[in-house]
Ligand binder design. Sequence first.
Ligand SMILES: Nc1ncnc2c1ncn2[C@@H]1O[C@H](COP(=O)(O)OP(=O)(O)OP(=O)(O)O)[C@@H](O)[C@H]1O
Ligand SMILES: [Mg+2]
Length: 374
Amino acid sequence: MSIDGKPIRRSKRRWKVAVIGNIKDVNQPKPEGVPPDAFADFDTMETMDALRAAIETDGHATVFLHADKDLPYALKKYKPDICFNMSEGLGGDAREAQVPALLEMLAIPYTASRVLANGISLDKTLTKRIWRDRRLPVAPFQEFTFGDEPLRPELKFPLFVKPAREGTGMGVDMKAIVNTEAELRERAQYIINAYQQPALVEVFLPGREFTVGILGRTDAKRFSRHPEWYEKDGYHRFPILELDTGNTEGPWIYTNEAKSKDVGPEGNEGFFCPAIVDPELEKKLKHLAYRAHNIIYALDVSRTDIRLDDEGNPRLIEINTLPGLTPGYSDLCLQAEAEGISHTDLVLEILYLAAGRWGMLEPRELEETKKNGK
Ligand SMILES: Nc1ncnc2c1ncn2[C@@H]1O[C@H](COP(=O)(O)OP(=O)(O)OP(=O)(O)O)[C@@H](O)[C@H]1O
Ligand SMILES: [Mg+2]
């Protein structure tokens, strides 16, 4: 299917695709000194298998490669045409950029955002500084490297304290909300010591929480298997997902514990998708996610978390440039499902958008391009 009736053409009929990720090993004892939720952002082999199965439906050969120290050798052996990157990386200040950097060095194409965007988005403080500079709304914040820095006057309690560079709710539990200077110092010190990184302190946002997924690029229609999904600007906005905060007593936050459990009384609070929001707020949320994505040079796919402040105004929390892709579980998959987009189509779309950028697809000639004589 295509806009001008011609199917999209691959430069090579069948690609060798390496799915690369970090796997949670539940049987392996955690190394000493790591926090209890270390490696929470790692994937399961079932998720990797689901990605491979989706890619194979399009006639490609796949393999799974661990994103560990042997990866360079595995890549040399398998010689993939393209990699489907899901790697969280191992340590360091920009771990999600490690595998992209290696693949750039080896000149191997890979999916989604490149080195810089993956490095920036893992660092929530840096991301917020960039967004703030471009006048996107964020809660007032301050980074604590030592824990005893003087608190800036615009940071009024209650405050929220989290690791500056983690994901999947790591380091986020009910103690993240602090009401006094003493609680703040204690929590900041805990984060700095346990996670070996700065603590990000923000004004607590008490309002509704949304996550907004986008897919695409200005030239997405030229390489997509589903050009009809994309708006004029080349982007597809998924239906907004709202976390259901209705059943909780006291303030609600999406903790690591909640993220690790299934929806139900003891775990995840549940969600609404599409969220019921008035059209003006919906437009605002989608526009913010689009700007947040582009300002940090994210590519093809991302999911941006946004929460409302005490006056009901949206504030950007963070962007995920490597959103989870576990079928029926990860937010982006739930958002796609809510509008009838299958896991297989979502995965293949991410692959095709990347393949287009790396010259592995012949760009589709668009009808509107021909009409305008461009
Ligand atoms: N300033 C804030 N005010 C209120 N709640 C917050 C704030 N910052 C974060 N939270 C809560 O903590 C949760 C986790 O924070 P955040 O999204 O920054 O972390 P994450 O671990 O990177 O998430 P993800 O799983 O999406 O990667 C949010 O979903 C939200 O519920
Ligand atoms: Mg988040």
